[in-house]
Design a binder for this molecule. Structure first.
Ligand SMILES: Cc1cc2nc3c(=O)[nH]c(=O)nc-3n(C[C@H](O)[C@H](O)[C@H](O)COP(=O)(O)OP(=O)(O)OC[C@H]3O[C@@H](n4cnc5c(N)ncnc54)[C@H](O)[C@@H]3O)c2cc1C
Length: 301
């Protein structure tokens, strides 16, 4: 890994032994051996080449707002785009944004350009890459509603993929089945609106989030996907798990589909709580709650 660090230094900022506690909103996890911030696309392609030559593994992360990293150290490379891939351009009703842009900041920029369409995303703490991977959404809208094309690095090639090729669905996309593909940028189509009206809608939504989500504590947002039958929170409520705590992980009192880190929660605390909920809901309702939060760097899946 020492040799790989030296090679990567040509292509961007490199950090060693960085805790996932500082790279995820849940503030949980062991250390990543190497973290690299490639300077640009050319550097990124070289970073991938070097990692492959060193037979190392890699994981691209955005703001880490949907990740549950294990307590183990990760002996691979974390690639981050949120410092260098942050350019965005507005051209009439189109917005071109690089993968490292904060979607919250972009929603505000769109508003200042009197463009509507990203209001739903103005409280989602992810990057353009992460929200595209997840097809993140809220208030019955999601990224697939605004994305027209995705600029992707895959199999050594740069390619603009049409939205129809991206297999967007409920919190999913083609990128879930091609974990080595890298989203570099997206082209979005917004529509003209009135800045004041867009601001008002965003303000209302922020107020709603602040009153219904435990934003004062570390979390990864909704833990479980909503099954087709009923929203996940109703099942968690009915098994009596509001406020249930294991170690430092606790089902939020404010929003029962959030598990918050009350301080020094381990990944195992969090996962134990998840498994308990899944088991109880299965036994009581014969419903399988699936995690929306992604587990990363666990020995067993
Ligand atoms: C308080 C809070 C509120 C939330 N509210 C919502 C909500 O309303 N709606 C919602 O959908 N989600 C919500 N989330 C969850 C989370 O913000 C989203 O899932 C978001 O899409 C994750 O983006 P990220 O950049 O943090 O990705 P990360 O968590 O860093 O990564 C998630 C996945 O995306 C992949 N990825 C990231 N960047 C790239 C890239 N450039 N190319 C390829 N793959 C990439 C990663 O490898 C990983 O598999 C919330 C989370 C929190 C903490």
């Amino acid at each position: 890994m020492e040799k790989l660090v030296k090679e990567l230094l040509q292509y961007g900022e490199v950090q060693e032994n960085v805790s996932f506690r500082t790279m995820t909103t849940l503030r949980i996890g062991g250390n990543a051996r190497i973290v690299v911030y490639p300077k640009n696309i050319l550097a990124l392609t070289q970073v991938i080449r070097e990692i492959k030559e060193a037979n190392a593994s890699y994981k691209i992360i955005g703001k880490g707002s949907n990740l549950l990293c294990s307590d183990d150290d990760y002996n691979g490379v974390v690639i981050r785009l949120d410092r260098t891939f942050t350019d965005h351009y507005f051209d009439h009703e189109f917005c071109y944004a690089e993968a490292g842009c904060s979607i919250i900041a972009l929603a505000y920029e769109a508003m200042k350009n009197s463009l509507s369409g990203l209001e739903f995303a103005s409280g989602i703490p992810g990057t353009v890459g992460g929200v595209t991977f997840m097809n993140a959404g809220a208030y019955k809208s999601n990224m697939a509603d605004v994305i027209q094309e995705v600029f992707v690095f895959h199999d050594g090639q740069l390619d603009w993929m049409d939205v129809k090729e991206c297999a967007f669905g409920y919190r999913t996309s083609i990128f879930h089945t091609h974990k080595d593909w890298i989203v570099l940028a997206v082209k979005m189509k917004l529509h003209p609106g009135k800045e004041e009206e867009i601001r008002e809608l965003m303000d209302q939504r922020r107020a709603r989030r602040m009153s219904s989500q435990p934003l004062e504590l570390p979390s990864a947002g909704s833990v479980f996907r909503n099954p087709e039958t009923r929203p996940a929170w109703q099942y968690i409520e009915e098994i009596g798990y509001r406020g249930k705590r294991i170690g430092g992980a606790c089902v939020s009192e404010k929003h029962v589909n959030f598990i918050v880190n009350k301080g020094n929660a381990s990944a195992n605390d969090f996962l134990k709580l998840v498994s308990d909920i899944q088991e109880k809901v299965k036994n009581q309702f014969d419903v399988e709650l699936k995690m929306e939060v992604e587990k990363f760097n666990w020995q067993t899946k």
